[in-house]
Write a protein that binds this ligand. Structure first.
Ligand SMILES: O=C(O)CCC(=O)C(=O)O
Ligand SMILES: [Fe+2]
Length: 342
């Protein structure tokens, strides 16, 4: 079965197959998952420079000025950082990860009950995505998409909803604190990101089974996340970016998305990342996205375009328009942003 979601000029193709997480362990990489040489993980022709290590921001304590400064410094250089003392209880994180892993352990037909190529459907299971832009190969990933606001989850496994609600509430509270601190650090009013600008949220529950030859595959192509900020939890240290990200014990990884780069008028970076696969153990990651409501107008903050010589770098647009371009350009950072440059 091949589903085609046509959006503007490009096609976004997905091929429904046996979920990667089912069946016997793979002995060799099936040909349809093998990347062309110039897109393989070790190919260095992409000119990316890996940061030496991911900054760690301690959200505990009440020295908000210091924390805001650290968030801005990390956001300016990498768009990626870890947070500790983030207020999400370890047992809530553990219960959510266990429920996520239980889903991927279900028989294929029980997972495929949630399979859809309709990008708007939640919850939604998909597997082995083929990006648009003429790519012939598939990515090594199963993914369950969940609603966070309001929470929407599959009935199977039974405990998933009970784990999702407290996890999402706590993660959203941590994300809101980071957004308030980022606003202060940028010289904006503390509430700048509140309301419709951060009114949408959903989660990718990603699962990457062991791959017989990780040098030939990718779990996810290089991309920036579309929203404001993403909060990531992973079960095993993995290779999320061009530098391996091993989350501090109990820590969460945050990255800013395209909307943060626009609202901050380029002062904060949207962190580009990709996912490499691993040979030995399956990796599960939970990526919680905070983003604007579809109808919300996004534009650089007025305060950040008034300084002499600092005009707006981007034009105003609705988040719905942005998402259409994001899909049509298959996540290609520069191609996407070219649509919105002033
Ligand atoms: O699995 C990961 O580490 C990252 C997942 C990701 O980039 C995404 O879901 O957008
Ligand atoms: Fe991502």
């Amino acid at each position: 079965m091949i589903g085609i979601y046509a959006n503007q000029a490009r096609l976004y193709l997905e091929m429904a197959a046996e979920p990667l997480s089912n069946g016997a362990a793979h002995q060799s990489v099936p040909g349809r998952y093998i990347l062309p040489v110039h897109q393989r993980p070790s190919y260095s022709g992409n000119g990316k420079v890996a940061p030496p290590m991911l900054p760690v921001v301690d959200l505990g304590g009440d020295d908000d000025g210091r924390i805001a400064e650290e968030i801005i410094r990390a956001g300016r250089e990498f768009g990626f950082f870890q947070v500790v003392n983030h207020g999400v209880p370890e047992e809530v994180m553990g219960a959510m990860m266990r429920a996520a892993e239980e889903f991927f352990g279900l028989p294929a037909d029980e997972k495929m009950a949630y399979y859809s190529t309709d990008g708007k459907q939640l919850p939604r299971f998909h597997t082995s995505v083929r990006n648009g832009a003429g790519e012939e190969f598939l990515y090594w990933r199963d993914c369950l998409k969940l609603g966070c606001h309001p929470p929407e989850w599959p009935d199977n496994p039974r405990g998933l909803g009970a784990a999702l609600e407290p996890y999402t509430a706590a993660v959203m509270a941590a994300a809101r604190r980071v957004l308030r601190l980022a606003a202060v650090g940028l010289g904006l009013c503390e509430e700048h990101f509140e309301g419709p600008l951060s009114g949408g949220a959903m989660m990718n529950v990603n699962h990457y089974p062991p791959c017989p030859d990780p040098s030939l595959t990718l779990g996810i192509a290089p991309h920036c996340d579309p929203g404001l900020v993403t909060v990531l939890m992973e079960n095993v240290g993995g290779g999320t970016m061009w530098v391996d990200v091993d989350a501090a014990p109990g820590g969460l990884v945050l990255n800013f998305g395209h909307q943060m780069e626009v609202v901050s008028n380029g002062r904060l970076r949207s962190g580009e990342h990709r996912v490499v696969t691993g040979a030995r153990v399956a990796r599960t990651s939970l990526a919680s996205f905070v983003w604007p409501e579809l109808w919300c107008t996004v534009a650089p903050a007025q305060e950040l375009v008034l300084a002499p010589g600092k005009g707006p770098l981007y034009r105003p647009y609705s988040y719905g328009e942005f998402l259409g371009v994001y899909v049509a350009e298959a996540g290609d950072r520069d191609a996407i942003m070219a649509h919105f440059k002033h």
